[in-house]
Design a protein. Structure first.
Length: 547
């Protein structure tokens, strides 16, 4: 076994294996909690949430992917990019916007209904959770379907047309079965996102006296209790099991079927004619962009400049003083922003550095041990944030003392800034590992071998040859870790102590304790940073392909 493999295996075994062992060790004593009716209801709601989100993501993302991938609807890439924004905007921020719109007592869209004596729409419900998370996951299906259709050999559909099939028959009997693997894989991601979601369900459950509690919020409630850890443990294992089961069921839909979408003699794309349906297609895209981007962003901006949210949109109720009050007037805003920026930068740096080492070891030294290291690194990303947080708490909340004749070393990570940094790094480590593995496989190993034959050490070879070639991918990977770490809510709420507040906990507190304008101000600031970072990523992405 290579020395680097040993070092990485020991490191990941300590950082990831210890929390996993802490979760699984007392499993026999904890499963009694699953017999409680409240926990069973939470499990059923989590299942309903996952299936509902899957229906929304497929129902909107599938047709959108077909429009962009198989019709002459538009050739503008900017419109496709706009349709991916709901995934870029943090879902917790989207939920804050929809609360301002559909709060049953004073929501901006509900006020005309209340004035007319009609029943209001209620965002504080399971259907509200499905709606918000469904909008977030729709781009996953959209991009997967559009990319698959663009790569698909059009001769399959042309042969069906030559046999006399109409466009609708071709779409349902030929195109849909061929694109089914893309629908299943993207649907699995949507289901995983829904089952792991904490911020949106908690926020939408906190505004009503009869909340729809799901497994992630039930775990949080159990952790709040003195003797609640066995319950949280049992529910965490049930949550992971549900996610794995739903993913297996979706994959089972494919069975052993495999489809060849790209052949050696692929014909040009044969787009489906929209005809009179083009206006309906534009309306469909416009409605999706309005719900997923337009209404939430405009609502956040308007709410952030309201002096009193209850008085609504009136000129005498608009002010910019909220920004001065929240950003400069609150003693915890700037420290929280700075702490989040620092943690995101450190986590991005650590995750990217460790990810490069793991990926290089996996690609250049391919054996079962290097594959095991790569698999371990990707494991936390597939685990819900509440489960990861619980594992870290169980493994690292107690002091660990190492006594030597010279000095005593104490490791205490519980409710500390170090615990947050560790959690962010582990959670998003899979991103740089996957990106660097793909990039390294495209770099010819003989370049490094030539440097080694010239007398260069492995480090000198990497620094002078491989490093510069990987540099664009390394920067991109770092941004892909920085953005979610900066806006992370689940791990932040569960692990941050009162003296280590970050943006996620501050947003959580402002919205939970009823200060919509202040929460909207902070949401606008966070959203601006996230969109700026995404714009920078888009600027850097073209350079990655040229290297």
């Amino acid at each position: 076994m290579k020395r680097l493999t040993v070092v990485l295996l020991v490191l990941l075994t300590v950082l990831i294996g210890a929390p996993a062992a802490a979760l699984l060790f007392p499993w026999q004593a904890s499963f009694d909690a699953l017999a409680q009716p409240l926990n069973q209801q939470a499990a059923l709601r989590s299942l309903a949430l996952a299936l509902g989100v899957l229906a929304v993501a497929w129902g909107i993302g599938g047709p959108l992917g077909f429009l962009f991938g198989r019709t002459h609807f538009t050739d503008r890439n900017a419109l496709l990019l706009a349709c991916t924004l709901p995934y870029i905007i943090p879902p917790y921020i989207t939920a804050i916007a929809w609360i301002a719109l559909l709060n049953p007592t004073n929501g901006l869209l509900n006020r005309p209904l209340l004035a007319a004596g009609l029943p209001p729409l209620n965002i504080y419900s399971l259907s509200g959770m499905i709606f918000v998370i469904g909008l977030e996951t729709t781009p996953l299906v959209l991009l997967a379907v559009a990319d698959g259709l663009r790569r698909m050999d059009a001769s399959f559909e042309e042969q069906a047309r030559m046999a006399g099939a109409r466009p609708w028959k071709v779409a349902t009997s030929v195109t849909l079965p061929l694109i089914l693997p893309r629908l299943v894989s993207s649907g699995s991601l949507a289901v995983a996102t829904a089952t792991a979601s904490f911020g949106v369900p908690y926020l939408l459950a906190s505004g009503t006296t009869d909340p729809d509690v799901v497994l992630t919020t039930r775990i949080y409630q159990a952790l709040d209790l003195t003797q609640g850890r066995p319950t949280a443990l049992a529910l965490s294992i049930a949550l992971v099991g549900m996610g794995l089961l739903l993913g297996w069921v979706l994959q089972a839909l494919l069975g052993r079927r495999r489809f060849t979408l790209v052949t050696g003699k692929a014909t040009r794309q044969a787009p489906f004619p929209l005809g009179r349906l083009k206006a309906l297609a534009w309306a469909f895209v416009g409605l999706y962009l309005g719900m997923g981007v337009g209404l939430p962003v405009v609502t956040l901006v308007l709410t952030s400049v309201m002096a009193n949210f209850g008085q609504g949109l009136r000129l005498d109720n608009l002010t910019l003083q909220n920004y001065a009050h929240v950003v400069l007037g609150r003693p915890d805003t700037l420290p929280s922003l700075g702490r989040s920026l620092g943690l995101a930068l450190v986590s991005a740096g650590l995750a990217t550095a460790i990810g490069v080492a793991i990926a290089w070891n996996r690609v250049r030294n391919p054996d079962r041990w290097s594959r095991l290291v790569s698999t371990l690194a990707k494991l936390p990303y597939a685990v819900p944030g509440t489960v990861l947080a619980l594992g870290l708490l169980l493994a690292w909340s107690q002091e660990i003392r190492l006594i030597t004749p010279v000095a005593t070393f104490v490791l205490a990570l519980g409710s500390s800034i170090a615990m947050l940094g560790l959690a962010y790094t582990l959670k998003f480590l899979a991103i740089p590992v996957g990106n660097q593995e793909t990039a390294l496989e495209a770099i010819e190993p003989s370049l490094e071998e030539a440097a080694r034959m010239s007398g260069a050490s492995p480090w000198q070879s990497f620094r002078s040859i491989t490093g510069p070639l990987l540099a664009p991918t390394i920067v991109t990977s770092a941004w892909l870790v920085f953005l979610p770490a900066f806006t992370e809510v689940t791990l932040s709420v569960l692990l941050a102590g009162p003296s280590h507040r970050v943006v996620g906990t501050l947003l959580f507190d402002l919205q939970t304790y009823g200060d919509p304008p202040a929460a909207a101000v902070l949401a606008v600031v966070v959203l601006s940073i996230a969109l700026l970072g995404n714009g920078l990523l888009r600027t850097l992405t073209p350079h990655v392909g040229k290297r």
